[in-house]
Design a protein around this ligand. Structure first.
Ligand code: PRP
Length: 285
């Protein structure tokens, strides 16, 4: 039977969240992080644990059909590989940083300077767009140390919390790109395998939509129902059920978690009481 081959990071910042996403999609994997390859028990899927930087090549060559990978790695090495879904985790920036003590006005300050990076393509393209000529020093790890040891005047690397920059006395001066984990597709994927991919994508969307939403239940006096339903758009329209106490109703709806606190304040002002907020495991629209 045909199987969908998916690559995930063997170790690193995406590994845990990638496996959690597959688990939330109902896909259980025989645990074998020590192995290169493992099979899913209840979905026609094979998981390949690969080094981050190698994944674009495996996608291009069609060794795997899809991958969970950082957009930053795709932009750097994944020319021609398409993105099927943004996955909403491992958010970071690819940024230029300079020593805290150095004066920095704008990008032209980097003309003629040395920049250490593990992202040469991204850096080169960005500098070219900005009309800046700098010397790139390509290093594969601990890039942030380069200015401190006199190897470079600036660095370009990923920034997430900013603590690595802080510890190394650096300041972020330009955000070159924003990145998050994505589901990337091999240009060599077969038609037959695309069907399996669509099934996986359907599950991923339901999980992500659930993660982004909250189920809200509240009580309100009937005269306030119009005002409250106007605040709660829900998936179609809110569910309204009468309470045992005359003149009161219970309203159920789904709220985008990004606007959640704002909505709760408005609901309280409109007379809502006993507000319950519950997580949603999956949501199929
Ligand atoms: C990355 C990057 C930075 C750090 C930034 O390294 O190279 O060192 O994360 O994160 P922060 O802003 O939260 O401090 P990572 O640990 O992912 O490993 P890498 O060196 O293999 O890129």
């Amino acid at each position: 039977m045909k199987k969908l081959k998916i690559a995930v990071q063997k170790s690193g910042r995406l590994n845990e969240d990638s496996l959690q996403l597959l688990k939330d999609c109902g896909i259980s994997i025989d645990n074998g992080r020590e192995q290169l390859k493992a099979a899913a028990k209840n979905f026609p899927l094979e998981i390949y644990y690969l080094r981050n930087g190698d994944i674009p090549k495996y996608l291009k060559d069609g060794v795997v059909d899809c991958a969970i990978i950082g957009e930053n790695v795709l932009v750097e090495k994944g020319n021609g590989i398409s993105v099927a879904e943004k996955l909403g985790f491992s958010k970071c920036r690819v940024s230029l940083a300079v020593p805290k003590s150095s004066k920095y006005t704008d990008i032209t300050d980097l003309n003629g300077k040395r920049i250490a990076t593990s992202y040469p393509e991204t850096t080169r393209n960005y500098l070219e767009e900005q009309g800046v000529k700098a010397e790139l020093h390509i290093i594969n790890g601990s890039v942030e140390i380069a200015p401190n040891i006199g190897l470079a005047d600036a660095i370009c690397d990923i920034v997430s919390s900013g603590s690595t920059l802080f510890k190394n006395n650096l300041k972020e001066v330009e955000v070159m790109m924003k990145s998050e984990a994505v589901l990337a597709i091999s240009p060599a994927i077969s038609e037959e395998t695309k069907n399996l991919l669509q099934k996986l994508q359907f599950r991923i969307r339901a999980v992500l939509k659930g993660r982004d939403s909250r189920y809200v239940l509240l009580n309100a006096p009937n005269e306030q129902l119009d005002a409250i339903t106007a605040i709660l758009p829900g998936m179609k329209s809110p569910t309204i059920l009468p309470l045992a106490e005359a003149g009161w109703s219970s309203i159920h709806s789904v709220v985008d978690q990004e606007v959640f606190w704002e909505v709760i304040d408005q609901l309280k002002e409109a007379g809502a009481e006993g507000i319950l907020v519950c997580p949603i495991e999956k949501m199929v629209l």
